[in-house]
Design a binder for this molecule. Sequence first.
Ligand code: SF4
Length: 336
Amino acid sequence: MGSSRVVTYSLNVFVPLTTFCRNRCAYCGFRREEGEAVFLSPHEVFSLVLKGKKAGCSEVLLTLGERPEVHPQARERLRELGYRSTPEYLEDLCRHILRLGLLPHTNAGVLSEEELGRLRRYNASMGLMLECAARLEAHRESPGKDPGLRLGFMEKAGRLRIPFTTGILVGIGESREDRRRSLEEIGRLHEEYGHIQEVIVQPFSPKPGTPLGGSPPPGLEEVLDAVRMAAEILPGEVGIQIPPNLVPDVVPFLEAGANDLGGLSEVTPDFVNPERPWPSLAELRERVEAAGFRLKERLPLYPRYAGDASFMSEEVRKVVSKLADESGYRRRPQKD
Ligand code: SF4
């Protein structure tokens, strides 16, 4: 077992910017129909961001449905807020978040290369779950979940040198072979562009009222197998994340090869899986360290990118240099 192997996490505040989405994934409990969907105002966003700042977070995780403006109500809301598009709104929000000394990490679904390039300037890293490299029934009503489209987006992020988080979703109707292919595709992109900082192995968690609400979650052995497969296929420098609120105990997953616990929040819930609260950091630290691992806080970009100016805009670099220590981890003089 990897005694004193480092396991990382980041402290974040989760901002669910909008629940409008052009897709309808069969397992989704985040998206809302017109009439119920919301688009947060800057005031709502910054009241969360400031709570996060006060709690010592380094990361602002902006998560939202894909291409919200296909819905007339979302377009109307953006107009009221003074924006023509969601990426334009995001750009403004991220710029202000950086000014407050925090680092944005945006998950906005598939964007154009031009939109991605503009957001790069104000994001420390960005993300898009591949979920699966095969076409699945669960994505029948989700044009944005076309695997070619998503891999193409991840490739654009590579060309633009954006530290990137992706992942696979385990238990949504894919086969073991599909998972292998997904991980191989991600590995191939990293070999070419060097930008994949981590791959999340996310177990599906059923949501009542959704088409897959009655399907069982994957068994622990299946998720462990996916983690082992990720460790075998992905280049060693790519982190493997296991979300600690979606498994009963992280230690077997760390022993299987995972080395990151993702963004933990003491300020906001996991809005994608609100039924699964985060374990407390103190509990996790005790459990992880008792098993012989060393828990270290990172920024929303992995340490190896924190010292590489080619992966950051000047605006991001300034904030990173204040928050990172000399090894690229979070600077915490009192604790680490
Ligand atoms: S893309 Fe995301 S928010 Fe939209 S329906 Fe699918 S899982 Fe839900």
